[in-house]
Write a new protein. Structure first.
Length: 422
């Protein structure tokens, strides 16, 4: 909050003809009773502005306290509720709050926002049955206008104020600029945000549940300690230390950049301290005493990892492990890359390959099963469906939420028309 902005506006309108028609107030968005305030005004209202482009995590890092009361407002479950998925843009929360102002009154919203935030808000609007008559987004060059390296837009919502309105419409148009007269239609189908409605309608027969759940790679938040390169019989960590470790808890590692660029294994390893989330780790001291001594040497770095997920877990815990982690064959894809590129990965040195947490994968017991699924994932129907669901302007465009709705098994059983597309 910055009073100087409001004072500058007061100075600009002072003495002008509109000055007696304007009331300026400074209030705290998160503590103001907006329902009571808005009852002072009748008729349609316009909410116009530019909410903060900051996440709740970033606000905490800079010591900011101007945040909404903490609650799981996105209804995340389990691990997702306390992991990176629970991080949200403050403007997202604020925009959803604004939608509540239009439950029984008409009006419009015109707000500068990150494009990813605008999409989430529009999806929430449909789930909440908000009275949206029309919506569109006009893309802006945030780098040029604000020096911000993020995809952004002007989000416009027109609301009738009546949930029973027969003209409600949750599809919306995305315009490249103010000069774009046509735009692209985007919408929500089957609880999914779809960037290409016509392609989605053609291949929606594949929407269901993935026969195998896509998982993310290992999360340890301590790459300098937990990742190594092998030099002769020693392992060199990210701190430049050469250490001798037993092989039992060391596994070959492919990073997201390796998977995305199809690079071969580069002799990297990762220390895997558990075979299941929550498993006790003190057994390492008996089975691999050199490894345990190494972990204790770096206990300070591991014990002070920032994420809350480590706080009540066994010492030296990691996440992203389970039975699926140790199957020998897997199909992987990097969530950060701007293309759908699946990679078949077999064991290295007789051990299953691990990934970092920018990679998503499904695992198999046999090479034959992995190859069969790989051919289905690379088929035109699957790739077309994925292309209709992925927004390439996002920081991590490929997500488990998208991969896990593709039921590749339907390529065999969806009927003659679909089967012929294999």
């Amino acid at each position: 909050m910055n009073s100087a902005y409001l004072n500058a506006l007061r100075t600009r309108i002072e003495g002008q003809s509109i000055s007696n028609k304007v009331r300026l107030e400074e209030v705290n968005f998160f503590t103001e009773n907006w329902n009571a305030k808005l009852k002072q005004f009748s008729g349609s209202i316009l909410v116009l502005g530019n909410f903060p482009w900051v996440t709740n995590a970033a606000q905490s890092v800079i010591g900011g306290s101007n945040l909404p009361f903490k609650s799981n407002f996105l209804n995340r479950r389990g691990y997702d509720a306390i992991s990176g998925k629970s991080n949200f843009d403050v403007s997202e929360w604020m925009l959803l709050e604004v939608l509540n102002w239009f439950r029984d009154r008409p009006g419009d919203v015109a707000m500068l926002a990150k494009t990813a935030v605008a999409r989430k808000v529009l999806a929430h609007a449909e789930r909440r049955s908000a009275a949206v008559k029309d919506a569109f987004m006009i893309e802006i060059d945030a780098k040029k206008e604000f020096g911000a390296s993020v995809e952004a837009c002007l989000l416009v919502l027109r609301l009738s104020g009546y949930a029973e309105d027969q003209e409600l419409n949750y599809d919306y148009t995305v315009y490249k600029s103010l000069d774009d007269m046509h735009g692209t239609r985007v919408g929500h189908r089957m609880s999914l945000t779809v960037c290409d409605l016509s392609t989605f309608d053609t291949y929606s027969f594949l929407v269901g549940e993935s026969p195998k759940a896509w998982r993310s790679g290992i999360k340890h938040d301590a790459s300098a300690v937990m990742e190594f390169k092998r030099v002769d019989r020693f392992f060199v960590n990210g701190l430049g230390e050469s250490v001798e470790l037993e092989p039992e808890f060391l596994f070959p590692l492919l990073k997201g950049s390796d998977v995305g660029s199809d690079r071969p294994w580069r002799g990297r390893y990762v220390l895997v301290t558990q075979r299941a989330v929550g498993q006790q780790t003190n057994q390492i001291s008996v089975r691999a005493p050199m490894t345990w001594a190494y972990l204790e040497k770096h206990a300070s770095a591991l014990d002070n990892r920032r994420s809350v997920i480590y706080k009540k877990s066994p010492r030296f815990s990691i996440f992203g492990v389970g039975d699926y982690t140790f199957r020998p064959w897997r199909i992987a894809i990097c969530g950060m890359y701007k293309s759908v590129r699946f990679r078949l990965v077999g064991p290295v040195e007789g051990r299953p390959v691990m990934f970092d947490d920018t990679v998503y994968y499904v695992s198999f017991d046999t090479e034959g099963e992995a190859i069969e699924v790989m051919s289905k994932l690379n088929s035109n129907p699957v790739l077309s469906l994925l292309s209709s669901l992925i927004f390439w302007d996002e920081k991590r465009p490929i997500k488990t939420g998208i991969l896990n709705v593709v039921d590749w098994s339907r390529l065999n059983s969806a009927g003659p028309r679909q089967a012929s597309l294999i």
